[in-house]
Design a protein around this ligand. Sequence first.
Ligand code: HEM
Length: 512
Amino acid sequence: MEGVIEMLPKSLASLLGDNFYTVAAPAAAGLAAAYMLYSWRQGRDLPPGPVGLPVLGRLPWISRNQMHRSMMKICQQYGDISSFYLGSRLVIVVNSYPLMKEMLDSQMFSGRPQLRLFKKLTRGCGIIFTEGDVWNQQRRLSLRTLRDFGFARKRTVEMVDEQLDSMFNGFDEIAALYEPVQLLETFLLASNAIVAEMTLGQKFEADDPAMKLVNAIVKKLIEDGIIQGVEFLFPAMERLADLVPASSSLVSDTERLHDMIRGQIRKREAVMKDESVEPQCLCDAYIKEKRQAEKAGDFETFKEHQIIRVTMEFFLAGTDTTARSMEWLLLYMAFYPEVQDRVQNELDSVVGQSRRPRMQDRTELHYTSAVIDETYRKASLVGTGVFHRSVEDATFHGYRIPSDAIIIPLVYGVHHRAEYWERPNEFYPEHFLDDEGRYRSSPYLIPFLIGRRSCVGESLARMEIFLFFTAIMQRYRVRPEPEFAARKEEILAGSIGAFVFPGDYQVTMDRR
Ligand code: HEM
């Protein structure tokens, strides 16, 4: 108890003086009991989990840049479905494949955290942050147009090829100069260019103001995360987010980008006035749908801001993710030269050097396909998933899940469970090979998540990544810069922001 007196502010302690034991101690004990009773009542029937502090919840115990590992530890201690408070948010973490599948297939857990900042940016439009009918309609239409203009199109393969040409020019230059590089920028340029052409039907140069804005916005929203963080943790103080200086610039940057996209839509509308013109990009497809809907009296479903937001969200969800997956793949190759040897030998024997690899080669590139999947698993780019929200009070496996709880599908946990993987903590492409060395997929590999909200760009991303990776491996040897070679474990362990990033590194790219 004396320790408690020392912890009190001096003025308060001296004010109470000798009365401490008669006044303050029972009051403190009463408060503690009231808090425990409150926590107990709040926590009744919830999934098990650790108790936190008032206001902060478990925040002080969760490592900011190792959140995926902290959450996995909690689940290992309390169970495959655990709960605790982060700030004043109730969080439910799910760490097993069957439970995750059941949850993410259910409409009850298919919401998204409704942050004021996101509402301001989206005005209730788009896919990633919406719920209900708007989400349903936009998701269905975007899946259809992605099939028509994305992965199923010859033009997409050509776009990847064009990006490879300019990527190779850059790599050849640095190879000639023996210059070490970081790879992210190169892959960001390529994935941005593909999304831009697919959505807006336009090529952008790397230094185009629109591309610079896209990168700035993605960085603020995804890498910094701090803006949403304030409002996410303490919803009652949502206006605090406005005080984070980056918040207002994020809003104004987003508005500027919306204007640029609007300008491009107007150009496409002029082209599409001629009703015989076939849509060339996502934007055209929306314009066509809009025209049909308006003829039927529906002026809401395809209003201009929907087109703007869906385009914007393809940049948000589809560029950094693809680029970072490529970065992880090449890093694993640099640090596992014996695996790189086997990939290159397989490519030499199946494809040779006279042409670039094609999607059709995939069925024969067993080891290479296993390496790609093992990298998705081991890197677990979207380690803590994309958060969901329970849209109503629910009971799940006997536990109470109140409405508005945050659901965290712990992708990293599923990717590292000993029950699912022979060597969960090693980079082991054999996880995806059968006894005859043939590629076999695994249901426990969920980099794009599963269920009702799973990634709409999965097929496009898989295609881009396969074509980029195989073409680069066919032509270059990737090596860690000697200074970084000794830090393999630290670099590959990575840390988490919105995504799991590798540690600081440099590699060299040598022509084979
Ligand atoms: C390697 C690359 C990628 C990875 C690892 C990835 C991963 C994910 C994940 C984990 C989700 C969350 C699913 C959920 O909440 O249940 C997601 C959602 C989404 N992704 Fe991807 N993604 C990638 C590439 C792309 C691409 C290329 C596009 C589009 C061009 C895209 C568009 C979207 C959209 C629109 C959503 C929101 C879906 C919804 O809320 O219904 N993604 N992605």
